[in-house]
Design a protein around this ligand. Structure first.
Ligand SMILES: [Zn+2]
Length: 152
């Protein structure tokens, strides 16, 4: 996939709830801005985490030195979804109907998102394959992870 066909640029005012960037998740959002999905990865056993956590499989090195932000595939499957025909927040008014989904990334962690690029009716079952789309918001200076169906 080229760098262009998995990037959406949205300009103008941001009307949805603010995103919460803090010291623990800043590398995740910095990665998105660079169009990379970074997850918290254990270099000792290979487990992946999102959000950031100590590895739960063994004792961790001091200051979690065994853990590192590492680029993930950006691919996953629909774990759960619901279709919104009514906006629960005014910022989503122009998006309805839209699909809110929990994605099980190929690396294991779950990530919540709304789906893009297809009509909501294309989502009909858990296990359908998806891939990440980077939604750039240059006016706000952040990028959000969204996902689209890959047709399987
Ligand atoms: Zn581990």
């Amino acid at each position: 996939m080229s760098d262009n066909d998995n990037v959406i640029t949205v300009t103008g005012e941001w009307r949805k709830p603010p995103i919460n960037v803090d010291i623990d998740n800043r590398p995740f959002y910095d990665g998105l801005k660079a169009h990379k999905l970074l997850l918290w990865h254990c270099n000792q056993c290979g487990a992946w985490y999102w959000p950031k956590s100590y590895c739960q499989n063994h004792e961790n090195e001091p200051f979690a030195a065994n853990m590192e932000w590492t680029e993930a595939s950006g691919k996953g499957k629909v774990f759960a979804f619901n279709r919104h025909h009514w906006a629960f927040h005014p910022g989503f008014k122009d998006d309805v109907p839209y699909v809110y989904a929990l994605i099980e990334l190929d690396e294991g962690p779950l990530i919540s998102t709304t789906l893009v690029g297809e009509t909501p009716d294309d989502v009909h079952d858990i296990g359908q394959e998806v891939e990440i789309v980077y939604e750039d918001h240059p006016d706000q200076g952040f990028t959000l992870p969204r996902f689209r169906m890959t047709g399987n």
